[in-house]
Design a protein around this ligand. Sequence first.
Ligand code: GLU
Length: 481
Amino acid sequence: MERVRVRYAPSPTGFLHIGNARTALFDYLIAKHYGGDFVLRIEDTDIERNVEGGEDSQSFYLDWLGIVPDESPEKPNPKYAPYRQMERLDIYKEYVDKLIVQGDAYKCYCTSEELDADYNRQKEAGYASTRYNQKCFHLSDEEKAANEAEGKPFSVRLHVPENATYTFDDMVRGEITFESKDIGDWVIVKSNGIPTYNFAVVIDDHLMEISHVFRGEEHISNTPKQMMIFEMFGWDIPRYGHMTLIVNETGKKLSKRDNSIMQYISQYKDQGYLPEAMFNFMSLLGWSPKGEQELFTHDELVAEFSEQRLSKAPSMFDVTKLTWMNHQYLKAKDDAAWLAFVRPFAEAAHDLSNKDEAWVNTMLLLYKEQCQYGAEIGTLIDGFFNEPVLGEAETDVLSWETTGAVAKAFLASLPTDWTVENLKEAFNTTKTETGLKGKPLFMGLRVSATHQSHGPDLMSALYLTGEDVIRNRLETYVNSL
Ligand code: GLU
């Protein structure tokens, strides 16, 4: 069997988002599943659309996600380099010339005004789709020579074969067929001398010995154009697969403009999502394992993943599930690793600089079970830094008669030596003296002492909040009764 080589070929027209990353991940998993190579190629020929930092974002966040290329612009294999299309213009030129000599491509001198006028004429005549009228294909040798002598700008068009059929067995969707009659002679080199995506991609996929092309479904209609070039050169055609859309919870295609869902990998990193959770979560966006298992390590995914169980239906981006998954990975860390991960997020939200290390660690660890992603720690520990605002639920608890009794009894039994053990004892005394139990006792104390109705282990929270604040809150409350 030939070596499996799969490429992920982003255009640096934006930063790495969920859609790209899922494509890259599936490319990577197929390559690794078959013991092959995963190649990162930068398709930067659409120079007006390239954005500053686009390529860096792709490389950096792929590495962060653990989708690490075997070959890339930074890690070139001399046999296939360079890996940026704009560095391969000489290579393309050679193949464009070949096609022209073969009669499969020709120079087109039509201006955009002429083309627009003709397309408008076709539209007015009721044509379902417009296409190039082949004017320049029919130029006489004299006309060609005259244009050449004049130095007229030109593009290069592929002469689409007549009555040809292009069929491929899509790894996701099965057999797909296109007829050449539906495709007009299309531009392979723009008038700026730079080849178009559909041309360059074929030259590169061939020269880089790509065996499987696995990409977004928006490229299905590009496939026949690419196949015709493979055929004109007599090259083997790779296997194609087109992934389904990723949709949001209302079934709409994820759009970069949709602000209700974070779209960029950088945003997830900044919010404290773990790369291994993202990797796992994205693997299930359009692929399903055999059983019910949802949590997979990198190696398990490489072993299980194949082109067989790819879904034909759009995959839903379920943020709740991602957060759940991240939570599982996060709390599975040991305490030291967990603290090292969340501490920067806590520091970003609150000033910890003059707090005792042990105090900080104990406080943070109170939330180890609860914290779903790094940035959430900032909110969870807020009550230790800012006086909580009493909501409806808390005001209600403070209005119970039993809460007054609990607060009084607890205040009276507060220990002189402020330890968790002694606070527990004060709590037991309160319980005996008031004769209360259950919600009136626990909620009453929690809300009157912490001003919050939810929180971590109560005695630890009281201990960490400190004697002054607790005493003060209880006194103010008791005095107000
Ligand atoms: N540069 C193309 C894109 O970003 C890649 C398409 C392909 O994989 O062939 O959509």
